[in-house]
Ligand binder design. Sequence first.
Ligand code: SAM
Length: 482
Amino acid sequence: MAIYDPKSLKAEEFINDGEIRATLEYAEANKNNVELIDAILEKARPKKTETGCVCSGLTHREASVLLACDIPEKVEEIYKIAEEIKLAFYGNRIVIFAPLYLSNYCVNGCVYCPYHAKNKRIPRKKLTQEEVKAEVIALQDMGHKRLAIEAGEDPVNNPIEYILDCIKTIYSVNHKNGAIRRVNVNIAATTVENYRKLKEAGIGTYILFQETYHKESYLKLHPTGPKHDYDYHTEAMDRAMQGGIDDVGLGVLFGLELYKYEFAGLIMHAEHLEAVHGVGPHTISVPRIKRADDIDPTAFDNSISDEIFAKITACIRLAVPYTGMIISTRETEEVRSKLLRLGISQVSGGSRTSVGGYTQQERPHDTEQFDVSDQRTLDEVVHWLMKNGHIPSFCTACYREGRTGDRFMSLCKSGQILNCCHPNALMTLSEYLVDYASAETKETGFKMIKDELLRIPKDKVRAIAEQNIDDIKNSNRRDFRF
Ligand code: SAM
């Protein structure tokens, strides 16, 4: 039997079934232990320092106790601390991105995904470089600056060279004042050599969802294709780090397995990255399984309620305080509104989950990966964020200034990231408002910017930000950043 070791590079040792089961027993035994719960909450709370704020995070055992706890006032406390942590390290900014589907060719047999190889009902499509360019222009015309590219796994149709060509094309397009300044990549687990190539191509975060940490279920849910190899998939982030990618994004597809098991596995994965590479996950995504062609989510009997989903999100925020947290348009406006108060720092907007979807007038469904619940336009999403007190940010400065991996984390930990992120958010929002926004969004936005500029503590930084925003309004000068 494998022994738990967070520093091991073997999947079964750092995501250890025995340790997860022991954690769940410990959590169940202590879910009403008020003294312990209070101590864990106290540990999770952000602490003020001379330079900003620090947060210790929680171990997978501590965080699992909070997730198991059903005492209403303690759950409220979890939510309160989650919001405090979010505000302490990310302020009221919410980073915006869109997915770009390159190809739905796939050789895997993932039973929850409509792109599975045996699905003959959907047309297979792969964008040519000309089509990639057209999609990018459509995305730039909406106002997007940050993309997450998505593709099925198919060594013949979507080899790494194809993905690299697409990245090159995406970065090369400058339509009007538009530019894609950060490309995150969500493609199947691959080799160290290929991760190195992705790094050299200038990607931002490498994202790979674990889907489930439960090995036995994983093998059943991925019956055929290279993705069947649980160890290879689970160890992918270590290979990515070896290939030089220091920003990696974790995620679980909630609904496939019991959420408490998944949660403990996810936190253990974060602990493992920190223990081995000295830097935790750059982001954690919380997707839930959705209806799609050939896929009925009710066939998966571990679906979770909105309430549990909120609690999971808040507990992740407490356990891994410095990670960015992402919620996609799989979720409705209502759910997204609630989760934004519990630690989410990035949202997608105006998304199309079909191959070539952005260049079509009507939302196409034939090659869609899953139903999109939040179908609002990017302008509507930007407006809604501001109405709810969040600053929509199109900033991509950190990674372009080399603030990645442990550099980003140490800045984040010292609270310093707020000194440049806040003005950067205001400047990139100004770009959006001038170049793409509707009249109503523009009015709301510039009102918000005026108030927010007053919150910049350093006079010099405020003066530069004000000057840059004037330049954005009065010229075609763009891409200012601290
Ligand atoms: N092919 C890549 C891989 O194997 O990891 C990733 C790209 S896939 C387009 C992105 C993610 O969509 C998957 O990792 C999975 O978690 C999610 N997904 C697949 N089917 C889904 C469904 N029916 N509802 C919600 N999300 C789904």
